[in-house]
Design a protein around this ligand. Structure first.
Ligand code: ZN
Length: 403
């Protein structure tokens, strides 16, 4: 099917990238690397491929700035996409079909091949216009973000190769905004904690009501669940009253285990919670609270972490961060507003922030519902083109910050 975008090179390059099935599990990144090398060649820019972990390449295309001694700008995106249930798609997920009304259907069209290509197209436009930027710009494409980034950005951000790039500021992914004139940026993330609380008690006959102070495992479990679920209800109320859900602590009871037979008091019961701690919560206090609940529940109540991610400081958005003020001004000058929020999920930017580098998640996608990871992930051609316009100004602004 031919469309009016057949001769639009920006759209055709985007479609070419979308057609590469860099989909989990067990991704072969070779075709992505080949495609990106071709982009670098066309841009006449040097490209480096770092393979810190075998079969997990990190591709970095570099555009040197006039003042190359200044800390550089990193424009980061991930190459991988999440799996699909192909039978639920209107168009095949790796064909990048454009519908009559201009929607591009593809896995990764929102999350986040669009942003990686916007980074490249912004640089292409600036370079073709003869612009020279003050700071060096590195455009990175990393693997494995969708499975936690351990062999991707986490390894890369901690490497000596990364240090050599002398990065002063990073742009990464946020998400689309359904409003026509507002762009989301993320400046921080919550912290994942997954814990198992184990409650032990004396076994006995199911017909007994043990008198006195000794509690059964069931009574202890009841106390623990009540504490967590009460806190959950308080946080849920905040969301019901309009608080952004990235700004609250989310708690979900996910597993309960234990018991041996229905008429035997169990020796052990355990309950698991998936917790995302809000960015402004003191982690030590939070942990002390859980310890206190376990003590209050009775003897032999313990907890352990399955996941205990470190707290990573948010990027502070104020006048001191001139990259932020430059970005905000560039976006405002184009008639868009920025809504800065805490990311409800997790992105690779956390590993960059962990290195002490300010990072802002910036996806200039307006008038679009969030379809990341959904069936029929799609994005309008006009939204993508507008995104390149905004990205071009944004990159120019942050890479020209004088000091
Ligand atoms: Zn993503």
């Amino acid at each position: 099917m031919s469309t009016k975008w057949d001769n639009d090179e920006e759209i055709q390059r985007f479609r070419e990238y979308l057609k590469i099935p860099s989909v989990h599990p067990d991704i072969d990144y070779n075709d992505c690397v080949k495609f990106l090398k071709k982009q670098a060649r066309e841009l006449d820019l040097p490209v480096a491929v770092y393979e810190l972990v075998a079969r997990k390449p990190v591709v970095v295309i570099t555009w040197e700035g006039v003042h190359k001694q200044l800390p550089s700008i990193l424009l980061n995106s991930h190459m991988d996409v999440v799996p699909v249930y192909e039978e639920h798609w209107t168009h095949p997920p790796f064909a990048a079909v454009i519908s009559k009304d201009g929607l591009i259907y593809a896995r990764g069209v929102q999350d986040m091949k669009c942003i990686g290509m916007m980074h490249l197209e912004a640089v292409r436009r600036l370079k073709n216009a003869g612009v020279r930027l003050k700071r060096t710009v590195h455009i990175s494409f990393v693997p494995d973000e969708e499975i936690g980034g351990v062999d991707g950005m986490r390894a890369f951000a901690a490497s000596k190769e990364f240090k050599k790039l002398n990065i002063g500021f990073e742009l990464d992914e946020s998400g689309p905004n359904p409003k026509p004139n507002e762009i989301y940026v993320f400046y921080g993330e919550r912290t994942s904690r997954q814990i198992v609380v184990t409650c032990r008690g004396e076994p006995g006959h199911g017909s007994l009501l043990i008198a006195g102070g000794a509690r059964t495992a069931g009574e202890k479990l009841h106390y623990i669940i009540d504490k967590f679920m009460t806190l959950r209800a308080q946080e849920k109320k905040k969301v019901d009253e309009g608080t952004w859900f990235g700004d609250v602590t989310t708690i979900n009871l996910t597993q309960i285990e234990g018991g041996i037979q229905i008429n035997v008091l169990p020796e052990k019961l355990s309950v698991s919670f998936d917790i995302r701690i809000a960015a402004d919560i003191d982690h030590e206090e939070f942990e002390n609270m859980i310890s206190r609940w376990c003590k209050e529940a009775g003897d032999d109540v313990t907890f352990e972490y399955v996941v205990k991610n470190p707290q990573i400081k948010s990027t502070i958005l104020n006048d001191k961060l001139t990259f932020w003020t430059a970005l905000e001004k560039a976006v405002n000058d184009m008639g868009f507003t920025i809504n800065p929020v805490i990311c409800p999920g997790a992105t690779d930017a956390r590993y960059v922030r962990q290195q002490g580098i300010p990072a802002i998640n910036f996806s200039p996608l307006v008038s679009s519902p969030l379809l990341a990871h959904a069936h029929d992930e799609c994005l309008h051609v006009d939204v993508y083109k507008k995104g390149i316009d905004i990205m071009e100004r944004a990159v120019q602004a942050v890479a020209n910050v004088p000091n």
